[in-house]
Design a protein around this ligand. Structure first.
Ligand SMILES: *[C@@H]1O[C@H](CO)[C@@H](O)[C@H](O)[C@H]1NC(C)=O
Ligand SMILES: *[C@@H]1O[C@H](CO)[C@@H](O)[C@H](O)[C@H]1NC(C)=O
Ligand SMILES: *[C@@H]1O[C@H](CO)[C@@H](O)[C@H](O)[C@H]1NC(C)=O
Ligand SMILES: *[C@@H]1O[C@H](CO)[C@@H](O)[C@H](O)[C@H]1NC(C)=O
Length: 504
């Protein structure tokens, strides 16, 4: 081997040192994304460790929202930084672009993990990805670009009896105690962290436990832990709605019977019990980061893909509605320089996660993003407010809904179950776009439904946090016209323009 000449050799040494020094100073990222975890129904109450290890050691955003309240579209918004009208993933099926061909070609290669990975970050993914992951023709052999370690769950959230793609190879799990998915994610995470080489290159982990999604199965350790807990009785709990709500909510039964309320209570406490395992996951990962000496250089972000309702407006349990319980999410963040124990009211969105991570890592996105970095908010700087659009395309079955539910065959309803008193949770025309505006002067929601009635709903969230009084038909023509033109603009915006709507 020819020795490099002196000066070249010194340059090489200097370059290598610079690389290592640069690597050691790169911040690391750990992102924990839960499934269907609400904030307005007390979804964070069981998570005492997350609150003390992330919230108290960092900031809690109390105005965090998703722009589409259903799994695949929202997860796509998180990873891509784009609104639904730009990523065009409209539901949880392959035809709806949930991990469809277009998704794999137009969304996945430009998502934030590839930006960090090509900068040298070592990356790790474990848990639920997208509802259709593993079901397309490539099956589990598809390892998304941007990941060094890939532990992807096939399909939708499960706790037992599932398959994983471990770096592209299928691994099946049964239902013995050690198969509990959240705990398995913990153990893979620790394996990854114990790789000596990741510390010098900087690392990014995304952990996606199935909690608190159906089938709401707690681990053996936590079964019956919250035995006496019942569903939260918000003001709108099991409240029969009048003519002022869109038609899906007006379907019968107008109130849920006692037998269904018992099921709601069971789901509510089981959801909490599943979250205790996520709390343990957080504690284990943080303890490991600390023992490796990298905790102080690691940003930890905790959030959910959307909220949830359990009995609100006498709907059984689901998401897919534009109300606060479905669109608000928990968002906690700690990291270098982030103040401790502060509540931040700046509105932040699921589409902001990608630009924020890229911004903190001091990198550039490959495409223009609709969301914006909230790095400045971390320092406690207050922005002036925000407006954004909530977009949803209703899912519906062409024929009937559920063989056991006595409903007509042509109404394109979906998610109707006997347990839920055959009250359906979605329909093809439960399609809407809403303007959500939060400023010093206003805190409003204005929705247009794409149904036969062209129904409208509007709420003053400060005066009416439970959204009991629809004001849409009492607003002045000027106000309606301003909301509608802003909504129109926001529903087609792209990139930075989404964050600077024209002043009316
Ligand atoms: C996954 O692949 C990475 C990169 O090749 C490797 O370092 C790691 O050990 C693999 N993990 C598992 C669980 O096989
Ligand atoms: C897992 O699958 C087995 C075999 O189909 C079944 O007997 C068992 O009840 C399942 N366990 C859970 C927790 O669903
Ligand atoms: C739950 O309620 C029962 C009956 O009201 C009571 O005996 C029991 O101590 C309670 N359990 C817990 C864990 O609070
Ligand atoms: C999902 O969206 C696609 C594309 O619009 C549509 O063809 C499909 O019927 C939708 N699926 C459901 C269940 O509504």
């Amino acid at each position: 081997m020819v020795k490099p000449a002196g000066s070249v050799f010194l340059k090489l040494v200097a370059f290598t040192l610079l690389l290592q020094w640069g690597g050691a100073n790169k911040p690391n990222f750990v992102i924990i994304l839960t499934d269907d975890q609400d904030i307005t129904l007390g979804g964070m109450t069981p998570m005492q460790k997350a609150q003390s290890l992330i919230g108290d050691m960092g900031v809690t955003f109390n105005n965090a929202f998703v722009t589409t309240p259903v799994c695949c579209p929202s997860r796509t918004s998180i990873i891509s930084g784009l609104y639904q009208h730009n990523h065009r993933t409209v539901n949880n099926t392959e035809e709806g672009n949930c991990f469809g061909e277009r998704w794999r070609e137009e969304v996945e290669p430009y998502a934030f993990p590839t930006v960090l990975n090509s900068d040298g970050y070592r990356t790790f993914y474990a848990g639920k990805y997208l509802n259709m992951y593993g079901y397309t023709s490539e099956g589990v052999t598809h390892v998304p670009p941007g990941w060094d370690w890939w532990i992807g769950l096939v399909g939708n959230s499960q706790y037992y009896n599932y398959s994983l793609s471990v770096n592209g190879t299928e691994v099946k799990h049964g239902d013995s105690e050690e198969d509990y998915l959240t705990d398995l994610i913990t153990s893979y995470s620790l394996d990854f962290l114990r790789q000596s080489d990741i510390l010098s290159s900087g690392f990014m982990m995304v952990l996606c436990p199935p909690s608190a999604h159906a089938p709401f199965t707690p681990s053996k350790k936590y079964t019956d832990y919250f035995r006496n807990v019942t569903a939260m009785k918000t003001q709108n709990f099991n409240l029969p709605v009048g003519v002022d709500k869109h038609w899906l909510l007006r379907m019968s039964p107008s109130v849920l019977p006692e037998s269904t309320l018992e099921i709601l209570d069971a789901h509510y406490r089981n959801r909490w019990e599943t979250l205790l395992s996520v709390d343990d996951l957080i504690e284990s990962v943080i303890m490991e980061l600390e023992s490796l000496g990298v905790l102080d250089n690691t940003y930890i972000i905790y959030t959910s893909d959307h909220g949830f309702h359990i009995g609100q407006f006498a709907m059984p349990w689901d998401k897919r509605q534009p109300y606060e319980f479905d669109i608000r999410i928990p968002l906690l963040l700690r990291g270098p320089g982030v103040p401790k124990g502060q509540i931040i009211s700046d509105p932040v969105l699921n589409i902001d996660i990608a630009p924020t991570v890229i911004d903190i890592a001091n990198l550039s996105s490959l495409v223009e993003l609709d969301g914006k970095s909230f790095k400045e908010s971390l320092a406690g700087q207050n922005t002036t407010g925000r407006e954004f659009v909530i977009e949803y395309v209703g899912e519906g079955s062409d024929l009937t809904v559920d063989e056991d539910c006595p409903l007509v065959l042509d109404n394109k309803l979906m998610y109707c179950s006997v347990d839920g008193s055959c009250k359906c949770q979605d329909s093809r025309n439960n399609t809407y776009s809403c303007l959500r505006r939060i400023s010093a002067a206003e805190n409003i929601l204005y929705c247009q439904f794409d149904d036969d009635e062209a129904f409208k709903e509007a709420y003053d969230i400060n005066a009416d946090p439970d959204q009991l009084n629809n004001l849409a038909y009492q607003l002045s023509a000027d106000v309606v016209s301003e909301y509608e033109s802003t909504l129109q603009y926001m529903s087609t915006c792209a990139g930075a323009a989404c964050n600077s709507p024209p002043k009316q």
